[in-house]
Design a protein around this ligand. Sequence first.
Ligand SMILES: [Zn+2]
Length: 215
Amino acid sequence: MIQVKTFYLNELRECCYVLYDSTKECVIVDPGLQNANEQQRLVRFIEENSLKPVKLLCTHGHFDHIMGNAFVAAKWGIPTYIHKEDIGQLERAPQYCQMFGFSIEQPPVDNIVELNDGDKVTFGESELKVLHTPGHTRGGVCFYSAPDKFIVTGDSLFQGSIGRTDLPGGDYDALMESLLTKVCKVDVDSKVYPGHGPETTIAHELNTNPFLRYE
Ligand SMILES: [Zn+2]
């Protein structure tokens, strides 16, 4: 049984998730840590629960989701898992951030494991399925647990909304196809852990999300 801890981080209130099971191994998803205070919140949670981080998982390469990659990779010596189409965003992140008035440490671009559609990411006795869901970015992915009925959607699906597609690599038609043919095809009772905002469920979004209404 996977436990999920949520952190709301940085000025964009980005959602970082720590997923762990009874073995105490954990993965850290989208550590958008902006400062030492946020870094300490994450470290304290990991230490107080005696967790052992084994993988850093990226739903996509946008700067608000990867600001803490350098810290996490160095602190625990763990590899970064990301789809290859978004690796370039890791490389360009520091320059890109400057345009928004942020300064971030270069996210590691070595010790990378490329994610592909259908991959299984394991930790402890648990397994997550990788769904490649381009549209918000070209290399966007979701992480799905069928047994524990949840999906981490990054910025593809939010409560009542969907990810923006006006940034570089964004593609509205691709995002709709990802949502309708992959994300919304998982168990409808699945909880949704999005990249921003409150958690929801697939069923709730199918019933109420205006972007998911079939004509
Ligand atoms: Zn994003």
